[in-house]
Design a protein around this ligand. Structure first.
Ligand SMILES: [Zn+2]
Length: 323
């Protein structure tokens, strides 16, 4: 992850600045810097591969995942702009066309996102069932005797008959993913490379920072932990609100195999699965304009709640003054 050190050095210096300005703020003014959500990145999953003429993502009977994620993302952007007019809302996949994951992460990091929200739809393969339906007679031959008396004898035996059927997978509901905890080293790597994005303060470039400084390393590990905690907070709020509007929630999850884009974004990040396109009632709900709007408004509400929570000074952050 950190093989390429040179381009990362500038970021590291900035990261150091962020660490120092954070420390200085605390000791000089007595006020701790409170995380401000200034830029939110909305990431519509997948996309239309126009040049090849294929869609990307999973499919329902009527729509593909890239279409639904695009529609809901557009509605989410509009809802956020209305709810949080002071926040910059930017899109990593603003058109119907496909964007590579690396470009999405780079977009989020270079635009100094404070939050990354990726929108997807789920899919569960059909269930295969093999049933014994009966038996049938099978003809086979055996060779008996030797030399001139050798002959082929026709025989029959009874064999079972099976039928394979496929059933619609009953899996349905919403899921929100956070980056895998065992992938924290990856996240730390990306934070080291993109550390400057956490610097909410204006830097004057006057500080020199040793990249091997254990304090800087410690700060990075701390941010990773905070981002994980904040990602889980937001993910829980999202799933809670989905339940509130009558959706079935499968909860907050991590994948054994990390979701690359969640590891590569140096900020709290979540990936929302709006529902299963393999489940017809959910597909119908997600195709409907009312359904798309409900999901977008629900996510927007959760983000607003999350923003209020993280921006509220905690007891620890309140200046320690005697009455
Ligand atoms: Zn997807």
């Amino acid at each position: 992850m950190n093989k390429n050190w040179f381009p990362g050095i500038a970021s590291l210096l900035m990261l150091g600045l962020a660490a120092f300005s954070f420390t200085n703020k605390k000791s000089n003014s007595g006020k701790a810097a409170v995380a401000k959500i200034r830029t939110i990145v909305i990431d519509a999953g997948h996309g239309f591969r126009g040049t090849i003429g294929t869609r990307h993502g999973s499919f329902g009977t009527e729509v593909s995942e890239d279409q639904i994620s695009y529609e809901v993302s557009k509605r989410l952007v509009a809802a956020l702009q209305k709810e949080l007019p002071d926040v910059k809302v930017i899109e990593s996949r603003p058109t119907v066309y496909f964007v590579e994951n690396r470009a999405r992460a780079e977009f989020a990091n270079s635009n100094k996102g404070d939050l990354f929200v990726s929108i997807h739809c789920n899919y569960a393969p059909k269930l295969r069932e093999v049933v014994k339906t009966g038996t049938r007679k099978e003809t086979y031959y055996v060779t008996t005797g030797k030399g001139k008396s050798k002959k082929r004898v026709k025989k029959t035996r009874t064999v079972p008959v099976y039928r394979t059927t496929y059933h619609t997978n009953p899996a349905h509901g919403t899921e929100t993913y956070v980056f895998a905890a065992h992938k924290q080293d990856d996240k730390e790597g990306f934070i080291l490379e993109n550390g400057d994005i956490f610097n909410n303060e204006e830097d004057d470039g006057s500080l020199n920072v040793n990249i091997n400084d254990p304090i800087v390393k410690q700060q990075v590990a701390l941010w990773t932990k905070q981002f994980f905690g904040n990602s889980v907070k937001l993910a829980s709020m999202v799933e809670e609100d989905f339940t509130g509007i009558g959706r079935f929630s499968r909860g907050v999850k991590q994948r054994q195999v990390g979701i690359w884009v969640l590891q590569a974004t140096a900020m709290p990040s979540i990936l929302i699965e709006l529902g299963f396109l393999s489940h017809r009632p959910e597909e119908e709900f997600l195709i409907s304009e009312a359904g798309q709007q409900q999901m977008a408004e629900s996510i927007s509400r959760s983000i607003k709640r999350y923003k209020e929570l993280v921006e509220k000074p905690t007891v620890q952050n309140v200046p320690n003054k005697l009455p």
